[in-house]
Design a binder for this molecule. Structure first.
Ligand code: SRM
Ligand code: SF4
Length: 572
C-alpha cells in the first residue's frame, strides 16, 4: 500500500488497535490472572483475557463439539478442557520422553491420544482443569515445555527430519534449537504459573517487545532437496546450503503463510520471498531482525492482515529486506542454487551413512491411539521401552524411529508389525495425504477433516485404480476451514471446509510444495468432489506428459490458472 501523497509505503498501520494488543499490554508479560482462574473450580474454563493468554503458554481452551448440544440441552456449561501443544524444535524426542507423554495421555486426557501435528510436535487433547498444572510439571520433569507454541510469538521451529544425511541434519537441528531459544519470550510467567517457579519481575522483552508480535510467526530450517517442512507456509525459512558436505549458510525466505478467510479477498495464501544467502554466523541476527521488523511494521489494527506475508505486500519486499539488513548489520548475497525435489516422508527402512537404521511409520493424521485392529499406542510404547535411539516427528504428522543399531532392527520391526504400525499395502496416495484435526476438538472447524480423510483417500484411490494408475501419487490434503492447518494450500488437490459436508476444491499446487493451488469448484459435497476428480484424473492419465504431476497438468491443460503472485492472481 502506497501513501497517495508521497508514494512512500505505509510502514505502520494507524487505527484502533485490535483488542489482543490491549490484553497483551495489560497482561504483565503474559501472566494475566491465569493463576486465579486455575484455582476457580466453579468453571472448567478460563475468563476472557486468560482464555487468550494461556495460548502463549502452549494451550488452547476447547470443548468437544460432538457433545456441545447435548450439554447445552442439559443446561450444563460446555465441557471445557485444554489442548496442549509441546515445544519441540526439529521434532526429536527420546524414548524416555515418549513414555512420559504417552502415559500422561493415557491416564489424564479425555481422548487418550497423542496427536502428532504438522509442525513436528505432539498435542494432548482434552485435559481438564485439575490436571493442567500436573501436566506441565510432568512434561517439564521430562525436559519438555510448551512455551510459545501458540499466541503472537515465534512458534515451534521446524527442521527437516532427514536422518539419512545425518551430518548435515545434526548441525541443522542444532540451529533449529538455537533459533527457537533465541526467539523465545523471556518472561518467566510460564515457570511461575505452571511450575511454581520463583516470582521474578519482568521488565522487558528485548526481542518480542512488551506487546509481543502482531500475530503468530513461524520458522523453519530445511535441508534440500526435501521440502518436508513446506517452507512456503512459514514466515521465516533457513534453507541449508552446504559445500563439500558441510553446512556453510542459508538461503533465507520470508513471508510465506497459508491462511485465508472465506469471502475476504484481502486474505490469501502466499509463498515466501527469497531474501538471499547469509553465512552461518549471521543466523541469529537475521532471525532476530526479521522478527523485529515484523514486530514493528506488522499490522496491529487488523489481525486478518497481521502476518508477515501481508507486511511484505504492504511495504514491499525490498523495503522490508533493506530494513532487516540495516538492523542486523548484514547484507544478503544472491541466493545459492538449490532445488526441492520431494517433501514426503521416506516410509519403511532406510540406512543412514553412520550405519544406523531408521524406520519411518505412517500414522494416519498423526493420531496415536489403540484402535481395535491397530493398537498403535501400545506398539510405540513397546518400541520406546527397548529403543536406544530417538523418535523424530515429521512435519507430515508421521514418526521416524531413528538411530536403530542393525542388531535391534528385527525386534523393532516385529513389534511394529504386530501392532499395525507397518502397512505393506499402503498406497502412494496415502503416503501423500494429510488432514488437519478439525472436528470434534477444533472450535474453528466448518467441516470434517481428520475424520473425513479415510473416506476421501478411499474415494481417490478408487479413481486412480479405475484409470489404471493405482501406484501414482497425488498430494491430497483436506482442512476443515480456510486457516489451512493441514497445508491444503500447498497441495495438488486441496480441499477446504466451507460448511458441514461441503468443501472448496483447489487445484494446481505441485508435488514439491512450491505453488499455491487455485479455487476450482466451490462448496461441493464429497460426491461431487469424486465426480469432478474422476474426470480430471481421467484427463491427466490420458493427456499428461511423461512424469508430469497432476498439479502441473491441470495448469498446462488450462483447467486452472497458475497462481504466480497471490495478491493479484489468487482470486483473479
Ligand atoms: Fe493451525 C488455529 C491445529 C498447523 C494455520 N490450528 C488452530 C487451532 C489452534 C484452532 C484455534 O485457534 O482454536 C487448531 C487446533 C485444532 C485441534 O483441536 O487440535 C489448529 N494447526 C493445528 C494443527 C494441530 C493441525 C494438524 O492437524 O496437525 C497444527 C499444529 C502445528 C503446531 O504444532 O504448531 C497446525 N495451522 C497450522 C498450519 C500449518 C503449518 O504451520 O505448517 C497453518 C497454516 C500455515 C500458516 O500459519 O499460514 C495453520 N491455525 C492456523 C490458523 C490461521 C492463521 C492465520 O494466518 O490467519 C489458525 C487460526 C488463527 O490463528 O487465528 C489456526
Ligand atoms: Fe481447525 Fe481450521 Fe485448523 Fe483445521 S484448518 S485444525 S479446522 S483451524
Amino acid at each position: 500500500m502506497l501513501d497517495s501523497n508521497d508514494s512512500k509505503p505505509t510502514l505502520v498501520v494507524e487505527g484502533k488497535l485490535a483488542d489482543n494488543e490491549r490484553l497483551k499490554k495489560e497482561s504483565d508479560f503474559l501472566r494475566g490472572t491465569i493463576t486465579r482462574d486455575l484455582g476457580d473450580q466453579t468453571t472448567g474454563g478460563f475468563t476472557t483475557d486468560n482464555f487468550q493468554l494461556i495460548r502463549f503458554h502452549g494451550m488452547y481452551q476447547q470443548d468437544d463439539r460432538d457433545i456441545r448440544g447435548e450439554r447445552a440441552s442439559q443446561k450444563l456449561e460446555p465441557l471445557h478442557n485444554v489442548m496442549l501443544r509441546a515445544r519441540m524444535p526439529g521434532g526429536i524426542i527420546s524414548p524416555e520422553q515418549w513414555l512420559v507423554i504417552e502415559k500422561f495421555a493415557e491416564e489424564n486426557t479425555m481422548y487418550g491420544s497423542v496427536r502428532l501435528t504438522t509442525r513436528q510436535t505432539f498435542q494432548f487433547h482434552g485435559v481438564l482443569k485439575p490436571h493442567i498444572k500436573d501436566m506441565h510439571k510432568v512434561i517439564n520433569a521430562a525436559g519438555i515445555d510448551s512455551i510459545a507454541t501458540a499466541g503472537d510469538v515465534n512458534r515451534n521451529v521446524l527442521c527437516t527430519t532427514n536422518p539419512v544425511e545425518s551430518v548435515l541434519h545434526a548441525e541443522a537441528y542444532e540451529w533449529s534449537k538455537r533459533i527457537s531459544e533465541h526467539l523465545l519470550p523471556k518472561t518467566r510467567a510460564y515457570a511461575e504459573i505452571w511450575l511454581d517457579g520463583e516470582k521474578v519481575k519482568t521488565t522487558e522483552e528485548p526481542i518480542l517487545g512488551e506487546t509481543y508480535l502482531p500475530r503468530k510467526f513461524k520458522t523453519t530450517v530445511s535441508i534440500p532437496p526435501n521440502n518436508e517442512v513446506d517452507v512456503h507456509a512459514n514466515d521465516l525459512n533457513f534453507v541449508a546450503i552446504a559445500e563439500d558436505g558441510k553446512l556453510v549458510g542459508w538461503n533465507v525466505l520470508v513471508g510465506g503463510g497459508l491462511a485465508m478467510t472465506h469471502g475476504d479477498t484481502g486474505t490469501y495464501p502466499r509463498k515466501a520471498d527469497d531474501f538471499g544467502f547469509i553465512p552461518l554466523e549471521h543466523t541469529l541476527a537475521v532471525a532476530e531482525h526479521v522478527v523485529s521488523v515484523q514486530r514493528d511494521w506488522g499490522n496491529r489494527v487488523n489481525r486478518k492482515n497481521a502476518k508477515t506475508k501481508y507486511t511484505l505486500d504492504r511495504v514491499g519486499t525490498e523495503v522490508f529486506k533493506a530494513e532487516v539488513e540495516r538492523r542486523a548489520g548484514v547484507t544478503f548475497a544472491p541466493s545459492r542454487p538449490y532445488e526441492f525435489t520431494a517433501r514426503g516422508d521416506r516410509f519403511g527402512w532406510v540406512e543412514g551413512f553412520d550405519g544406523k537404521h531408521h524406520l519411518t511409520l505412517y500414522l494416519l493424521s498423526g493420531r496415536i491411539l489403540d484402535y481395535p485392529d491397530r493398537p498403535l499406542k501400545t506398539g510405540l510404547r513397546k518400541i520406546a521401552e527397548i529403543h536406544k535411539g530417538d523418535f523424530r516427528m515429521t512435519a507430515n504428522q508421521n514418526l521416524v524411529i531413528a538411530g536403530i543399531a542393525p542388531e535391534d532392527r528385527a525386534e523393532i520391526e516385529q513389534i511394529a508389525r504386530d501392532h499395525g504400525l507397518i502397512d505393506d499395502l499402503m498406497t502412494p496416495l496415502m503416503k501423500n495425504s494429510m488432514a488437519c484435526v478439525a472436528l470434534p476438538t477444533c472450535p474453528l472447524a466448518m467441516a470434517e477433516a481428520e475424520r473425513f480423510l479415510p473416506d476421501l483417500i478411499a474415494s481417490v484411490e478408487g479413481l486412480l485404480a479405475k484409470h489404471g494408475v493405482a501406484q501414482d501419487a497425488i498430494v491430497l490434503r483436506v482442512v476443515g476451514c480456510p486457516n489451512g492447518c493441514g497445508r491444503a494450500m500447498l497441495a495438488e488437490i486441496g480441499l477446504v471446509g466451507k460448511g458441514p459436508g461441503k468443501y472448496n476444491l483447489h487445484l494446481g499446487g505441485n508435488d514439491v510444495g512450491t505453488r499455491v493451488p487455485k479455487l476450482y469448484r466451490e462448496n461441493i459435497s464429497p460426491e461431487v468432489i469424486e465426480e469432478e476428480l474422476d474426470g480430471l484424473i481421467g484427463r491427466w492419465v490420458a493427456e499428461r506428459n511423461p512424469g508430469e504431476c497432476f498439479g502441473d497438468f491441470v495448469i498446462r491443460a488450462g483447467i486452472v490458472a497458475e497462481v504466480k503472485v497471490s495478491k493479484t492472481d489468487f482470486y483473479a
